[in-house]
Design a binder for this molecule. Structure first.
Ligand code: FEO
Length: 170
């Protein structure tokens, strides 16, 4: 028996959102490149990992669409921002990206609520929780970068950043 149809308004939002997650993956890749170029190998690895997580987020939505007999349509990925003045600027931009992503997730959820599309609502519960975590680590990252006021403490943070945030995210 075919799966029950996904309301068009929800399809449109899910398509938009998984493409947004792919754009976020590209955005984090750009942060990783900046950190590599500035000899911050720990931060580079951290943002690389984050880029991979965004791809898994996109895949979750893609799989949901396929499971419900909708063909996902991949759009063009926009060129990410790459001109940063400092590591603090990078960390603050990560937060801007996550806040934009939260808005996108909320828009999907609102469309799913309006259309009474329960499967998409349940899928979005996971994403809503995830965004709470994503925004929390961004705020902590900004605080930690701001507090690392001398070269020694910054290099210490760079050495441990993957472990600090991986432990908290597990
Ligand atoms: Fe896909 Fe950073 O949330």
């Amino acid at each position: 028996m075919p799966a029950s149809p996904v309301p068009p308004s929800v399809v449109a939002e899910l398509q938009r959102q998984f493409n947004h997650e792919l754009a976020a993956a590209h955005g984090y890749q750009a942060l990783s490149v900046w950190c590599t170029a500035h000899n911050l190998t720990g931060f580079a690895a951290f943002f690389e990992k984050q880029s991979g997580e965004e791809r898994t987020h996109a895949k979750k939505i893609i799989d949901h669409l396929i499971d419900r007999s909708v063909d996902p349509v991949l759009g063009a990925v926009p060129q990410p921002k790459q001109d940063f003045r400092s590591l603090l600027d990078v960390a603050q931009y990560a937060e801007v990206m996550e806040q934009a992503n939260t808005k996108g997730i909320n828009a999907v959820f609102e469309a799913a609520l309006a259309a009474k599309d329960y499967p998409a609502q349940v899928l979005m519960h996971w994403f809503i929780n995830e965004q709470v975590e994503e925004e929390a680590w961004c705020a902590e990252l900004i605080d930690r970068v701001r507090s690392a006021s001398c070269a020694g403490s910054l290099s210490d943070l760079d050495r441990h950043v993957v472990r600090i945030f991986s432990d908290e995210k597990d």
